[in-house]
Design a protein around this ligand. Structure first.
Ligand code: GLA
Length: 328
């Protein structure tokens, strides 16, 4: 079978998921594909590197294999029969670029393991299991943003998720609005970053951290309102306020990310902000569809290392071809 799980770009609602706040990601048309059959173990190959684990995820894992192992363990705890898989992973979502590559890896492996064992799990339950797997794999207290976006994305829409109640709905994105992602080239790993520190500081009531989360939740509501009214003019200031808050109050931006945001705005973006966990990674910019290619090119002349115009894609699926390889 062929399984595909998308990466994600968070439009707004950054560092709000692990305190039960609001997020507004899209699943993107870049992701991870897994061609897989049933087998005795969990045997996976990626870029010439291979792992072999027991069908319940136990065994020695290194690097990316830790995510597969942790997914196997979490699904075993949910009662998944120990049926293995053998297959090959292929990704077109860069690692460490803040585009949810580890979430996509967890989701694609989880769907394969469930399919192989004919074990049904509701998508939100599966997102939670994958979130626990991420925490188990790397010990970072991350939220549910990436896994939920990868599983629940809808073509042409953003996902509005309340990470407290886990209620969600989709918000249609105006066709004239293009989403541009630019990779700063600065690599992040939440294992070594201040991610866990930020969560701790927030929980202990650090006033600036708390203010970021409160105002960011308001900005998610404001952005959804503006999108639903088709008020594209309102989007830029909301993005600007989000970036400033992440830079000054939450302190997860970097001079390099700030530079890419400035370059995108100078290149004619409607709005631009860092996206994902920060400490490097990517920015997301909004542009009028007819300007998008120019915005991308002009930004890259000034800052960043690579970029894409991304489309809001459907969430992870089984027996489907990767849409990025199949431009319709
Ligand atoms: C990372 C985490 C997410 C979320 C974002 C910040 O991507 O994996 O859970 O906290 O950072 O919004």
């Amino acid at each position: 079978m062929s399984i595909w799980a998308p990466g994600r770009v968070n439009l707004i609602g950054e560092h709000t998921d692990y305190s039960g706040g609001l997020v507004l990601p899209i699943a993107i048309d870049r992701g991870i594909r897994l061609e897989v059959d049933r087998g005795p173990q969990i045997a996976l190959v990626s870029n010439g590197d291979s792992i072999e684990l027991a069908a319940d995820g136990s065994g020695d894992a290194h690097g990316w294999g830790r995510y597969a192992a942790a997914v196997g363990r979490e699904l075993a705890l949910l009662g998944r029969p120990a049926v293995g898989i053998a297959g090959t992973l292929d990704s077109d979502v860069p690692q460490g670029a803040g585009l949810g590559s580890s979430g996509a890896l967890e989701v694609v492996v989880a769907l394969a393991l469930c399919a192989a064992a004919e074990f049904e799990v509701d998508p939100l339950e599966l997102a939670l299991a994958c979130q626990r797997a991420e925490r188990r794999a790397v010990g970072v207290p991350s939220g549910i943003l990436d896994q939920a976006a990868s599983l629940l994305g809808r073509e042409g829409h953003a996902l509005l998720l309340d990470c407290g109640s886990l209620e969600y709905r989709w918000v249609e994105l105006p066709e004239e609005l293009a989403i541009v992602v630019i990779d700063s080239g600065e690599r992040h790993s939440h294992e070594g970053s201040g991610y866990a520190d930020r969560k701790r500081e927030l929980e202990s009531g650090h006033p600036h951290r708390v203010r970021h989360v409160r105002t960011e939740n308001e900005r998610v509501r404001a952005l959804v309102g503006a999108l639903e009214r088709g008020d594209l003019e309102a989007l830029g200031p909301i993005f600007a306020a989000s970036h400033a808050s992440l830079r000054d109050d939450y302190e997860v931006s970097t001079p390099r990310l700030d530079r890419v945001v400035d370059a995108a705005l100078a290149a004619g973006a409607i709005g631009a902000r860092m996206t994902g966990g920060g400490f490097g990674g990517s920015i997301v910019a909004l542009a009028a569809r007819e300007d998008a290619r120019g915005v991308l090119q002009r930004t890259l002349e000034q800052a960043g290392v690579q970029g894409w115009i991304v489309r809001p894609a459907a969430g992870a699926t089984r027996r489907r071809t990767d849409p990025s390889r199949n431009p319709a």
